[in-house]
Design a binder for this molecule. Structure first.
Ligand SMILES: [Cu+2]
Length: 117
């Protein structure tokens, strides 16, 4: 009887650990450039304007071979190449400060930024 109860408690504790680690998963951002003269970075469906510092997965969808996605900020400088198209997965650690993303050939019109606190 005691053993059965102990086994049940152990099982429940293990289940709680699984749930807790799933909710602490790395948040995902999506960066898109092209196919027109647009560039964006979103968390879910909303434009990323303010994020908490920490580790993020960024899925970059570079939809044009005349544009690129170039992200810079504290401790970070990552970009896709202008000529390439495709989906790229970045894992980054965002620190406190302001981050900017641009398309290098069209930086005056294709640009955005967000704050990390
Ligand atoms: Cu461009």
């Amino acid at each position: 009887m005691f053993r059965t109860r102990l086994a049940l408690v152990t099982l429940l504790a293990a289940a709680l650990v699984v749930v807790a680690s799933a909710s602490a998963a790395t948040p995902t951002l999506t960066g898109v450039d092209g196919p027109g003269f647009t560039i964006s970075l979103k968390k879910g469906t909303a434009k990323a304007t303010s994020l908490k510092a920490g580790k993020y997965k960024i899925v970059i969808k570079d939809l044009s071979n005349i544009h690129n996605f170039h992200l810079t900020g504290p401790g970070l400088n990552k970009k896709t190449s202008v000529g390439a198209k495709g989906t790229f997965n970045w894992t980054v650690t965002l620190k406190k400060g302001t981050y900017k993303y641009i398309c290098d050939p069209h930086a005056s019109i294709m640009k955005g930024s967000f704050k990390v606190t």
